[in-house]
Ligand binder design. Structure first.
Ligand SMILES: O=C(O)C1=C[C@@H](OP(=O)(O)O)[C@@H](O)[C@H](O)C1
Ligand SMILES: C=C(OP(=O)(O)O)C(=O)O
Length: 450
């Protein structure tokens, strides 16, 4: 999808108590991977609960561009007929991933082990994000790349006839880099190994196992994990039911915690240990979150989360927790703004290379709404208390900045505006309707050119 031309300003008005049961859309990370592995399996993969948001729709379009058949039936079930490992075709045009870092980085891995030329691009946010972290290991495997300086999009790559298996130690804690190398390893003869010093989300590993790949995971002496994947397997199509996205659930969870009188249950939330750092942190801050109806589906833990209003206190979030909540720091900063005392968030330098420089965007959004905070290269500290509000937040094409500050507005003394709510459609298209259904209210301003 092309970059957004029209900005959609939106204002959050102080909220009534939030009440009810809701289900947020399917997990974005799992949705991308289900389409990708479906495109490499022989036969039909059936996906229910797929996240139908712009980021994932760009992956669906990309898989079609590589020759897979990807259709949605009238009941909302997605069917992917794959081409087999090594069977991707050369796309006829440029593959545009819009705003989606996961989509483009993982697809580069998929395409890397085949002798096809592919040109990738994205929107005004994605073309600023670093791709070198993926291109570097893929080059070691034999991929040729011509990219803009700094390894930015647009870029063109061509895989080698005979890719080389590598052993790669992740220099940054990134599930996207890990996954790109593993997906390239699928099409590579021999064993490709990734060593991750810090545990990051493991959906690629779990799903590869489910599709029948030969993958071994062991503890690494001195900490971390070693993931070894045997190349060129035949992947067997799967039935995948995508659980609700904990990164989207974070917004009603924090809103219900902050707004007095609230009682909200969010159903079927993915509780993968590599994704629940925010829940752990909110509990430490004094949140009232009851984990109920725990169950396991498709190898993943799910639960219903009942959240009632609670007064929060500031905490220090352990730096090693960052990968398990990296996308949740903007909304955690909003919770911290309403908490008593100071919340310190060290070890979050990765926030600077997301859809926006989230550390800077969060600090600016807090300050313009009267919340005191300080920031360093890889840390943020928020001093909570009464939130004056009344500010207009610059979102920099970042969905999570927009949603986080709309939640801030629900508990601020004065309405809080975001300059553009349109990017929320990249991950959580039903955000506004869902929050309004629970008791929040928003006011849309006239659309303006971005
Ligand atoms: O692998 C994934 O699905 C993701 C990994 C994380 O990125 P990094 O790998 O850059 O940490 C996260 O921020 C992103 O939203 C989704
Ligand atoms: C960082 C995110 O996504 P991506 O890297 O896929 O653009 C996100 O959704 O917060």
């Amino acid at each position: 999808m092309a970059s957004q031309a029209i900005a959609r300003p939106l204002t959050s008005l102080t909220s009534a108590p939030l009440r009810g049961r809701v289900r947020v859309p399917g997990d974005k990370s799992i949705s991308h991977r289900a389409l990708m592995l479906g495109a490499l399996a022989v036969g039909e993969t059936v996906i229910t609960g797929l996240l139908e948001a712009e980021d994932v729709m760009n992956t669906a379009a990309a898989m079609r561009a590589f020759g897979a058949t990807v259709i949605r039936d009238d009941a909302g079930v997605w069917r992917v007929n794959g081409l087999g490992v090594g069977g991707l075709l050369e796309p006829a045009g440029i593959v545009d991933f819009g705003n989606a870092g996961t989509g483009v980085r993982l697809t580069m891995g998929l395409a890397a082990a085949q002798p096809i030329a592919v040109t990738f691009t994205g929107d005004a946010s994605l073309i600023k994000r670093p791709m070198g972290r993926v291109l570097e290991p893929l080059s070691e495997m034999g991929v040729e790349v011509i990219a803009r300086s700094g390894g930015r999009l647009p870029l063109t790559m061509r895989g080698p006839r005979l890719p080389l298996p590598i052993t790669y130690r992740l220099p940054v804690s990134s599930a996207q880099v890990k996954s790109a190398v593993l997906l390239a390893g699928l099409g590579t003869p021999g064993v490709t190994t990734v060593i991750e010093p810090v545990f990051t989300r493991d959906h690629t590993e779990r799903m590869l196992k489910g599709f029948g790949a030969d993958i071994e995971i062991s503890d690494e002496p001195g900490g971390g994990r070693r993931i070894a994947l045997a190349g060129r397997p035949e992947l067997k199509p799967q039935a995948i039911d995508v659980p609700a996205d904990p990164s989207s659930a974070a917004f009603p969870i924090v809103a219900a915690t902050l707004v007095e009188g609230s009682d909200v249950t969010v159903e079927g939330v993915l509780m993968n240990p590599a994704r629940i750092g925010l829940i752990d942190t909110l509990l430490e801050m004094g949140a009232d979150i009851e984990v109920t109806a725990e169950r396991t589906t498709g190898g993943e833990r799910l639960a219903d989360l009942r959240v009632r209003h609670a007064e929060l206190k500031g905490v220090t979030v352990p730096a090693e927790r960052a990968p398990s909540m990296i996308d949740e720091y903007p909304i955690l900063a909003v919770a911290a703004a309403a908490a008593s005392g100071e919340t310190r968030m060290p070890g979050i330098g990765e926030m600077r290379v997301k859809e926006s420089d989230r550390l800077a965007a969060v600090a600016a959004g807090l300050r313009v709404n009267g919340v005191a905070c300080s920031e360093g290269p890889d840390w943020l500290s928020v001093r909570g208390g009464r939130i004056a509000g009344g500010g207009r937040v610059v979102t920099h094409l970042d969905h999570r900045i927009a949603m986080s500050f709309l939640v801030l507005g629900m508990v601020a003394g004065n309405p809080v505006s975001v300059d553009d709510a349109s990017m929320i459609a990249t991950s959580f298209p039903t955000f506004e309707a869902l929050m309004t259904g629970l008791g929040a209210s928003f006011e849309a301003a006239e659309a303006a050119d971005a």
